[in-house]
Ligand binder design. Sequence first.
Ligand code: TMP
Length: 209
Amino acid sequence: MKGRFITLEGGEGAGKSTCLEFIASYFSRRQLPLLVTREPGGTPLAEEIRHLLLQKRNEQVAPDTELLLVFAARAQHLEHTILPALRRGEWVLSDRFTDATYAYQGGGRGLSMQRISELERMVQGTLRPDLTLLLDLPVEQGLARADARAERDRFESEQHAFFERVRAAYRERSLAEPERFRVIDASRTLPEVVQGVQTVLDEWLEQGL
Ligand code: TMP
């Protein structure tokens, strides 16, 4: 069986970590080899770039610097982690991928979607996820959940309006590519969200196998 590429996306406090754990156990129960990775990150160098991106600093980060760092990390991640696994026939689950760039740098920071798509083509060629799960919930609710956690990183310190733009950009992308996206209502309880993920995977695997 050929490996497939699945990505998990969503705003802050959407329950991404719980869903990732669930998906990993879902694949392991079916004895499908699954590599779980994340962005920014997924290789030692890309994890260093992640640290550069998330760390709060006194110097303002120019939006283009942020965009290029995200794609620099992605190039490394693709070359050394994602593509080798797919070539070995494994499945890959990435906690965020390029839809996050459209949402955060495009929607959040207001960078041109056209330029993002040019970088996407340069770094990824024609590679796109086979399936993208989007955990969607009202910004207010997500931030309230995220607030209960540890200290905020550079992105988490953004204002409410930034996250509204992130959410709107994610939703717009899901509408533009309905075959690839499955939107899961993450405003429900965590067990219900996990159930939603399971239903999507059951249906998707049934179609694809
Ligand atoms: P995480 O909190 O889900 O681990 O993601 C780290 C942060 O990085 C999150 O706030 C979103 C941000 N991010 C971008 O801004 N652009 C991207 O392309 C990716 C992958 C993440």
